[in-house]
Write a protein that binds this ligand. Structure first.
Ligand code: UGA
Length: 433
């Protein structure tokens, strides 16, 4: 089957490459000429494990193409995926759909035979219906269908998540569109992946409900972590104890500095806004957002306490800047709130991240970046672990201690065991222990 994907961001690029790996012929289109030129040279716009090889292999097999020409991309395509950005609208938290609707209005001119227009970007309930309305004003109803096919992949594990998903959700309002989507996902039918066909509104809302539920688990365990600290309990053991109950499940119960990234913060805000507009406010989701926002700042206080309530002129080493490991993505990373809060208290920040420093340089000011963790630690009064990159798990602790002015560790991801650190001579504080 021939398909087109509009937008070569995280979702568009990964989906396009994976659909071509299924054997479909995919053309990815983006307005950004330099981005497409870089991809043609084999340079990926994002860091995602395995992506470069996947793209190279499928380009070579002539199943995957990149262009800036939408007309060319849509020639013969039976499905067109919209995978453009849906950022938070400045000021009000609603999802900004201008790029989605701009794509819809542009693609209308190139629909020839029956084509399914599919939203892959996370879009609020009702967007599919609005797309249908806008397209109907421009082209005959009989030559297009509109489907919602939200993507559930995680950054850092995107290819695995796409190729072996827990489920695929497809929202359609006619059999013809369903048949096209069924054919597209046939390789997954064969591997017995559950494919949930449903109405468009249900599919749209399922995506937000999934992200909001996962975010709820995180804010919940983060509040339990705070309580653990007050009463002498251990949040990791609490998470284990409750997670063994199949009804709860052990995943997404790692306490930390709060969730970040391009999805949870934006999607919880957008869901809360559309629920309010629909007259069905989601009080739990509002609380999840509030807990998460306060949490990032509370992390700076944790560092202050570890440094005897005085950070003035003190050198603080920060390891990890991205919102999670295995990505170069800095969007809404807790580090972007924690570091300025430490600077406001007078700290001199030295930082290292394996993949995020290029982007971090544009987003943080007055931070000294280093090329390796040890250079970051030299003369530091404390080290703060913000992101749990694997390479931080097994540092040379003796060398760390020698380099630091004070052997203080504030471990916001609980990657070390407090007792081990104490035995090594560090003053250690983790989360919820
Ligand atoms: C998230 C969802 O996991 C995907 O299913 C979804 O497709 C994606 O959003 C999206 O909507 O596009 P992602 O943002 O890549 O994926 O990252 P996650 O692994 O979910 O982590 C999000 C944040 O939660 C990170 O800041 C992470 O550190 C934090 N987190 C996660 C915790 O603090 N504790 C946990 O137990 C798990």
């Amino acid at each position: 089957m021939k398909i087109a994907v509009i937008g070569t961001g995280y979702v568009g690029l990964v989906s396009g490459a994976c659909f071509s790996e299924f054997g479909h012929t995919v053309t990815c289109v983006d307005k950004d000429i330099s981005k497409i030129a870089r991809i043609h040279r084999g340079v990926m716009p994002i860091y995602e494990p395995g992506l470069e090889d996947l793209v190279a292999r499928n380009c070579k097999a002539e199943r995957l193409f990149f262009t800036t020409d939408l007309k060319e991309a849509m020639k013969g395509a039976q499905a067109v995926f919209i995978a453009v950005g849906t950022p938070s609208r400045r000021g009000d938290g609603h999802a900004d759909l201008q790029y989605v609707y701009a794509a819809v209005e542009e693609l209308a001119a190139y629909i020839e035979d029956y084509t399914v227009i599919v939203t892959k970007s996370t879009v609020p309930v009702g967007t599919g219906a609005e797309i249908k309305k806008r397209l109907s004003a421009l082209v005959d109803d009989s030559i297009f269908g509109v489907a919602s096919n939200p993507e559930f992949l995680r950054e850092g594990a995107a290819i695995e998540d796409f190729m072996r998903p827990d489920r695929v959700v497809v929202g359609v309002d006619c059999d013809k569109a369903q048949a096209v989507m069924q054919e597209l996902y046939r390789p997954l039918f064969l591997s017995e992946t559950p494919i949930v066909f449903t109405g468009r509104e249900t599919a749209e809302l399922s995506k937000y409900a999934a992200n909001a539920f996962l975010a709820t688990k995180i804010s919940f365990i983060n509040e339990i972590a705070d309580m653990c600290e007050k009463v002498g309990a251990d949040v990791q053991m609490v998470a284990k104890a409750i997670g063994l109950d199949n009804r709860i499940g052990g995943k997404f119960l790692h306490a930390g500095p709060g969730f970040g990234g391009s999805c949870f913060p934006k999607d919880t805000r957008a869901l809360a806004k559309s629920a309010e507009a629909a007259g069905a406010p989601l009080r739990i989701v509002n609380a999840v957002i509030e807990v998460n926002e306060n949490r990032k700042l509370a992390m700076a206080d944790k560092v202050l306490t570890a440094c005897s309530d005085d950070l003035k002129g003190k050198k603080i080493a920060v390891l990890g800047l991205t919102f999670k490991p295995n990505t170069d993505d800095m969007r809404e990373s807790p580090s972007l709130d924690i570091i300025p809060a430490l600077q406001a208290k007078g700290a001199d920040i030295h930082a290292f991240d394996p993949k995020g420093m290029d982007e971090a340089e544009n987003l943080l000011t007055d931070v000294t970046f280093h090329e390796d963790p040890y250079a970051t630690l030299e003369g530091a009064e404390a080290v703060v672990i913000i992101t749990e990159w694997n390479q931080f798990r097994a540092l040379d602790f003796e060398r760390m201690k020698d380099l630091m002015n004070n052997p203080v560790i504030v471990d916001l991801r609980n990657i070390y065991a407090g007792v081990d650190m104490a035995a090594l001579g560090f003053t250690y504080s983790g989360i919820g222990r």
